[in-house]
Each structure stands twice: as structure tokens, then as C-alpha cells.
Design a binder for this molecule. Structure first.
Ligand code: CO
Length: 665
């Protein structure tokens, strides 16, 4: 067993000027991007990075991730911050450490494939504003989605980091698709594309330590570019996986500062520095400098974000992820979706159906947006299919995936599902096999006209904000140039305000905010019986004790999650607290269904558009309207032949489950 000997212990030495290791592990810090994205819904503000930025610059990181992923969206939408400005501002404080960003291939920093002209201009501007390393990934590992952006990265002399999204279909690496050969093959493809480094991106925290070891060993043997491992602590394995990867010779790993580490985030840097101290992979970092940064973060910064943390459970490890090999975020989405449809008791069926749907849809990796696409289709199948027919309600996004709009799936799509999904699909009933962006018309000129000619914005960076996010981008540009007042909810909060709010929240939770006489509870007696009480989504455990013949309630405490659900093995994880509250549904409309057949909403959602109007003749199966639910669009088809008698709603209206969407007579 010589593997462990690779970490040769030379001499214990804390001094920052200790002898340099033979092959020091390089570290990318993620505190300013994936760290707050994972823990605090990407709500980190630039002003909360500045206080530690210069100190971070002194640590000796290989790179710091400062941009990309969800930051662009969140900043302009929720923080009233210009995303481009963040790069320029941070550059003033971080003068030595290269900046890294997460680039979603042709999706850039959005959720759909953009046209080539937008993609190229975006990367051009990211380079000009100061980005150095482009961690580029595609949800399907289809590298044709890199073809537009990589030449621009290269032309600007910047670093192209090619990503392999880590995925699995078995409890550990292996099986027919995501086995060692798959990862080696993908590594070779990236090397051939000119990758400066290759990153194994384990976005769901699924990689097991010995699998990390095997992949790194194999890649180090077959490809030349340095290997980088990115993982999340969701399942509790990431720090172990990184250590095994280091033993296997990985070149770079990702970490966060301790206050931003753990849970769904990343391993902390501090224990790694101590673990490797005095070995041939010693980071060379000064632990005291790290601790000084931690103290500032802990005291002055993190309290502003604590309310965004999911603290409904004591456990910081998501055991469901280990059980289902499914990203934690995807599981909480499924749970939320089922709750909205009053069907949380079907979670066990959803777990059973999920691998089947994923297989039929080409064993895609489960990462945004594919995790959402597979997850929602699975829920639709569980709720709406019967023994006679599967895939009764196929979302528009599944149709796009089947058509090939996202790229090539790992395995071919099931033939039956393909036929059904593409029946009447507007782009054609035969899948398109080309590079997805080939069929997207240029978008940049129109965006320029919309922004520059109208005075909505002033430069190309404004144009790109609009091109990527037309609706929220327009709103942001109006705030930016003072055409509309900035709403209070997007303004920054001071530490004092944040602490005050937390205090109030705590009181509210304890029921102390209402004028209520707090009566000391009597000691619990032997006759105490416990009842579960469900008030809509809230669950209380209530103790009832008979006193003098009449039952009185002696304690009632809210419980985190209905763990007493009928199927304990599949009990869902508690929904994350910062989950957006569903928009209030429009009041149900009084609709006369007399002499007609009502079309009922099978789930709550928002009307995207009606494709028919009152008086139109329809045949059974014709699409009458599109209903958006959980960001997926669902075609609602006529249940029978007839004429549309009534359409009670319009585009943008939110509807509850069982709302009458149309009447056919
Ligand atoms: Co990540």
C-alpha cells in the first residue's frame, strides 16, 4: 500500500515561511460565488466581500471564484447590483489572485441556449471586465455547446477550464453510462478542445472518495492538462473525496472559508491546511491569516445572511442524497411541487419513477436545468398517468430535450417517448441532431436596438444584461438610470438592521410578538398523550393531558417536517426555508359550466397563453392553453370535441388547482 505514502510527512511546521512542499496542492476559493450561492441563495453583496478582499488576496490561492453561475441573475434581479461592476470593483482589491467564473456553455449565465452572437459578445465583455479563468460546463456534457465560447476565451489569452459534470446511475461510480471510461473519454475530448485545465464538477456532492481517487488517477495517466476537483459537502463526502483526490495526484481543489463551508456548500480550507501541513502537498498557507478573515466574516458579514440559511434540521448532511444519488436541490423541488399539488404522500412513487424517466430521457446528468426537467416530468407521470397510458402530460421542456434543443443525451431517448413527445411539435416530429445553437437566430442586433436606441441603457454591458434577461434586465436598467425608484426590498441592509430583524423573527417564532400572556406550563403528568396536528403546511406536536376530567392542552410545539408521513422510508427532507412563496392564485372565477365540459387545472400554476379563443372549434387533444408550473410549461389539451364557450383567465394569471381554465360546449 504505497498510495498513502504519497503524502510524505516531512516536518511539522506552522511558520508561513516553512519550506515549500514538493508538489503543493493548489486551491481555488469559492467563498464569493458558489459558497454564498449554496448557502444563502446567491444573495452575497459586493459590499460584503470588500472588507476581506485584500486579506484574501494575500493567502496564495490559485484562483478565486468571483462571478458566474447564478450571480448575474440574482444581482440584477434581487440586489440592484450591476453584475459587470462587481468584477471591476473586486479587481481593485484583489490585484494578485486570478478570477474564475462559472460559465454554463451556450447558456452563459442564464437558463437557455443563447444565440452565438450573444454568447461570443458576452465572453468578450467578461474578458474585458477582468475575468481570467472560464470554468465552462454543459448540463449534458455535450461539448458542441462550447464551440461558440471557447475560441473567444482563447483569442483573449484567457484560461479555458473544461468541465466534466459528474453524474451517476448506481450507488457508486460505474454501470453502463457513467463509468471510468466515460470520464476518461470526456477528459480526452476536453484536452482535444484545448482545455488548459480539466475540472470534475460534482455539483450535487455525490462523488465517493475512492471514486474520486480512481478518476483522478485515470485522468492523470491519460491527459496532460492539470486536473481540478469541485465538490459539495451536501452528502458529507466532499472533504474525504478531496483528500483521496489529493493522494491520487489531483492538481487543484475547491474550498470555502470556514463560515461559508459545509452543508450544501464546500469543504473548508482551514482543516485542509492543517491536514496537509508538512507533507509533500502542503498548501503553504498561513493558517493565522485564514483565521483572521474568518473572524471578520463571522462577526460582521454572515449575520446579515443567517436568515437565508436552512436551519430546520440539526443535521448538516443530506442523507437523502446518499440514498437517491440525486441533487439535494432537486429533492427539495420535488417535495415543494408535490406539496403544491396536495400529493406529498406520493413521494415514494416519485423516487421509484425517477430513475425510469431519467433512463427514458437519455440518462442525462442531473444538474440545472436537466434536474428540473426530469424531476417535473416524473411528478407529472406519477400524478397523471394510469395503467393504460404513460407520459399523459409532457412538459414543453421535455419536448425540447427530446427534439435535441439542449444537445445530445448520454444514451438515446426511448423511442416510444420520443414519438409521443414530438407529436405535433412545432419544429418537427424528427429530432434535430445538430449543435443546438445552430437553429437559434442572431439576437444581439435586436437587443442593441431595444436598449441603445430607446435610451434604456448606455453601453454593450447594459445590452447584454437585457439580452440575457429581457424582463428583469429592463427593470434593473430603469433602476440603474433613475427612471424608476429602487424598491426597498432590493436595497442593502446594515448589520444593525439584520440583527434587529433576526431578533424580531426569533420572537415571532416563539409567539412573543402578539400580545399574549405567557403562562408557565405545569409539569407534565403521567397521563400525557401526544397528538400530531396539521394546520395546512405546518405541523405541530401537541401534548394533551386530562386534568380534573377535562382534557387540556399542556404544550404545543411546531415540528420541522411531517416525519410521521405514511411512508417513513421515503420521508421527504424539510423544504428549504428561503423557498419563494408561490404567488397568490387569482381568486377562483365564477364560471358557468352548465351544458359544457370544464377544463380543470391539474395543478396550481400561471397561464402562459391561450391558444384558442371563445367560439373556436376544438377537437379532443387540441392544445387550448399553456400552463406554467414549477417553471415548466404544460400544454392543456381539450378533453372532448366542441366549441370553446368560456375562457375565464388571461396570460399572467395565477390559478389554483382545479380552477376552471375553459369550458367546452
Ligand atoms: Co458547485
Amino acid at each position: 500500500m504505497s498510495d498513502h505514502d504519497q503524502l510524505k510527512l516531512t516536518k511539522m511546521d506552522y511558520r508561513p515561511d516553512r519550506p515549500k512542499a514538493e508538489n503543493p496542492i493548489k486551491i481555488e476559493d469559492l467563498t464569493f460565488r458558489d459558497g454564498h450561492q449554496s448557502l444563502f441563495g446567491t444573495r452575497g453583496r459586493t459590499e460584503d466581500m470588500i472588507p476581506v478582499a485584500e486579506m484574501m488576496d494575500e493567502i496564495g490561492y490559485w484562483a478565486m471564484e468571483t462571478w458566474g453561475g447564478a450571480t448575474f441573475d440574482t444581482m440584477h434581479r434581487y440586489l440592484n447590483e450591476d453584475p459587470w461592476e462587481r468584477i471591476r470593483t473586486l479587481k481593485k482589491y484583489l490585484k494578485k489572485t486570478p478570477f474564475s467564473m462559472l460559465l454554463r456553455g451556450q447558456n452563459l449565465v442564464g437558463y437557455r441556449n443563447y444565440a452565438d452572437d450573444v454568447a461570443k459578445e458576452f465572453v468578450e465583455r467578461a474578458c474585458a471586465n477582468g475575468m481570467d479563468i472560464f470554468r465552462t460546463f454543459d448540463a449534458l456534457n455535450d461539448y458542441r455547446n462550447f464551440e461558440a465560447v471557447v475560441p473567444v476565451i482563447k483569442k483573449n489569452g484567457k484560461h479555458f477550464q473544461g468541465v466534466i459534470c459528474y453524474s451517476m446511475t448506481e450507488p457508486r461510480m460505474g454501470g453502463e453510462v457513467y463509468n471510468l471510461d466515460y470520464y476518461v473519454k470526456k477528459g480526452k475530448e476536453l484536452e482535444a478542445m484545448g482545455a488548459d485545465t480539466i475540472c470534475i464538477k460534482d455539483m450535487a456532492g455525490l462523488i465517493a472518495p475512492y471514486d474520486a481517487y480512481a478518476i483522478v488517477k485515470a485522468l492523470k495517466k491519460t491527459v496532460k492538462p492539470p486536473i481540478h476537483l469541485h465538490s459539495h459537502t451536501t452528502s458529507g463526502m466532499a472533504a474525504l473525496a478531496e483528500l483521496k483526490a489529493i493522494e491520487a495526484g489531483v492538481d487543484i481543489v475547491d474550498t470555502c472559508m470556514a463560515p461559508y463551508a459545509g452543508r450544501t456548500s464546500h469543504p473548508a480550507i482551514e482543516p485542509l491546511v492543517m491536514t496537509l501541513l508538512g507533507t509533500n502537498r502542503d498548501t503553504g498557507f498561513d493558517i493565522r491569516k485564514l483565521v483572521a478573515i474568518d473572524e471578520i466574516l463571522e462577526k460582521d458579514i454572515v449575520p446579515k445572511y443567517m436568515h437565508l440559511l436552512d436551519d430546520t434540521k440539526l443535521s448538516t448532511i443530506d442523507i437523502n442524497v446518499l440514498l437517491h444519488q440525486t441533487p439535494g436541490g432537486m429533492i427539495s423541488n420535488l417535495v415543494n411541487q408535490l406539496r403544491q399539488m396536495d400529493a406529498i404522500h406520493r413521494i415514494g412513487d416519485v423516487y421509484k419513477e425517477l430513475p425510469r424517466v431519467r433512463k427514458e430521457l437519455g440518462q442525462v446528468p442531473l444538474v440545472t436545468p436537466t434536474s428540473q426537467i426530469v424531476g417535473i416530468q416524473t411528478v407529472n407521470n406519477v400524478l397523471f398517468d394510469d395503467e393504460k397510458e404513460r407520459y399523459k402530460m409532457i412538459t414543453a421542456q421535455v419536448k425540447d430535450l427530446v427534439f435535441g434543443l439542449y444537445g445530445k443525451t448520454a444514451t438515446p431517448i426511448d423511442k416510444e417517448v420520443q414519438k409521443k413527445a414530438l407529436k405535433g411539435y412545432p419544429r418537427g416530429e424528427k429530432p434535430f441532431g445538430g449543435r443546438p445553437a445552430e437553429i437559434i437566430d442572431p439576437e444581439l442586433d435586436k437587443a442593441k436596438k431595444d436598449v441603445l436606441d430607446t435610451g434604456l441603457g448606455k453601453d454593450i454591458d447594459d445590452v447584454l444584461i437585457y439580452a440575457l434577461y429581457p424582463v428583469t434586465g429592463t427593470k434593473f436598467l430603469k433602476w440603474k438610470y433613475g427612471k424608476e425608484p429602487v424598491p426597498d426590498e432590493v436595497k442593502p441592509k446594515s448589520l444593525e438592521q439584520a440583527l434587529k430583524e433576526r431578533e424580531m423573527m426569533k420572537k415571532a417564532r416563539e409567539g412573543l410578538l402578539v400580545e399574549k400572556v405567557v403562562k408557565k406550563a405545569p409539569p407534565k403528568g403521567e397521563g400525557l398523550r401526544t397528538f400530531n396536528v396539521f394546520v395546512e403546511d405546518d405541523y405541530f406536536e401537541v401534548g394533551v393531558e386530562e386534568v380534573g376530567g377535562a382534557p387540556v392542552i399542556s404544550f404545543a410545539r411546531p415540528a420541522a417536517a411531517p416525519t410521521a408521513a405514511p411512508k417513513p422510508a421515503a420521508a421527504p427532507a424539510a423544504a428549504p426555508k428561503p423557498a419563494a412563496a408561490p404567488k397568490a392564485a387569482a381568486a377562483p372565477k365564477a364560471v358557468s359550466v352548465e351544458g359544457g365540459t370544464p377544463m380543470l387545472a391539474p395543478m396550481p400554476g400561471m397561464i402562459v397563453r391561450y391558444e384558442k379563443k371563445v367560439g373556436d372549434a376544438v377537437k379532443a387533444g387540441d392544445t387550448v392553453l399553456i400552463l406554467e408550473s414549477m417553471k415548466m410549461e404544460n400544454a392543456m389539451n381539450a378533453p372532448c370535441d366542441g366549441t370553446i364557450k368560456e375562457i375565464p383567465y388571461g396570460p399572467g394569471d395565477s390559478v389554483g388547482k382545479d380552477a376552471v381554465l375553459a369550458v367546452i360546449g
